[in-house]
Design a protein around this ligand. Sequence first.
Ligand SMILES: Nc1ncnc2c1ncn2[C@@H]1O[C@H](COP(=O)(O)OP(=O)(O)OP(=O)(O)O)[C@@H](O)[C@H]1O
Ligand SMILES: [Mg+2]
Length: 281
Amino acid sequence: MPEPTAPAPEAAPTSVPKLELRNLSMSYTDRKGRTVHAVDDVSLSMANKPGTGELAVFLGPSGCGKSTILKAVAGLLTPDFGEVLIDGQPVSGTGRDRGMVFQSYTSFAWRTVRQNVEYGLELQGMAADERKARSLKLIEQVGLKDFADALPRQLSGGMKQRVAIARTLANEPKVILMDEPFGALDPQTRWGMQSLILDVLRRQDNTVLFVTHDVSEAVYLADVIFVLSHRPAKVLHRLEVPFFSSREPAVKQSPEFQRVEAQVLDLLHSLQVQGNVRVGL
Ligand SMILES: Nc1ncnc2c1ncn2[C@@H]1O[C@H](COP(=O)(O)OP(=O)(O)OP(=O)(O)O)[C@@H](O)[C@H]1O
Ligand SMILES: [Mg+2]
């Protein structure tokens, strides 16, 4: 008879955060030598949560520094001070472990939709058949099945943004940075994209940093919401969103959901009042 074996230990969350921002400060200098201070001492961490992943939303006024923070995590900008760590290791430069959907449309004009989605997979040296299967599945999931062979100039703004989303997801990065990815979409398509993100997040254990100005979208998607100040961005509030047992869009009508939404709106409203005082309104 075989010896009884000890049960396999369950995957426990590790104590090393998946993503950590430590005292991040960033500024830009224009051609005349003037400095714009965009990010001020931002620290936050996102846990490594096997089996569920985690999604954090940044909410904050236009121009406060949200895209700048995402670009630092992507490794596209180097902070003046502080650091970004993935799995406890400082980030330097871009890497396949991170993928970013930019606020502006960023497709290669000369490549078809499918060739755009396959771009990163080509760089990885994935076989053509496998690449094609993966890209066509994603193209279908973002609702562009009939446009796989179209060029970006034949697409609307929202369709181009969906190509960018598919291209980022195709690479299966562990950390996904999404900068107002659904801004140009109609409500129905937006709901579809929200479900897709929640689905991918759970299946692939992703850590997602997501920027939106839509409070309902933030509460619907987020495990945690960071409310940022006016520029230079500082973290003003960290709000854990309760777990809604249903992630169907109808949950948005529930009293629990609407309570959290009202709480977030209150925080943003107090920020608006502070902003008005600052500019002397
Ligand atoms: N390349 C750049 N050169 C100089 N200043 C810049 C540059 N990019 C951004 N800034 C400035 O940095 C500040 C923060 O910009 P950022 O794009 O991070 O804001 P944001 O929070 O993403 O705004 P929005 O919600 O409008 O997208 C702004 O004042 C902006 O003018
Ligand atoms: Mg931005």
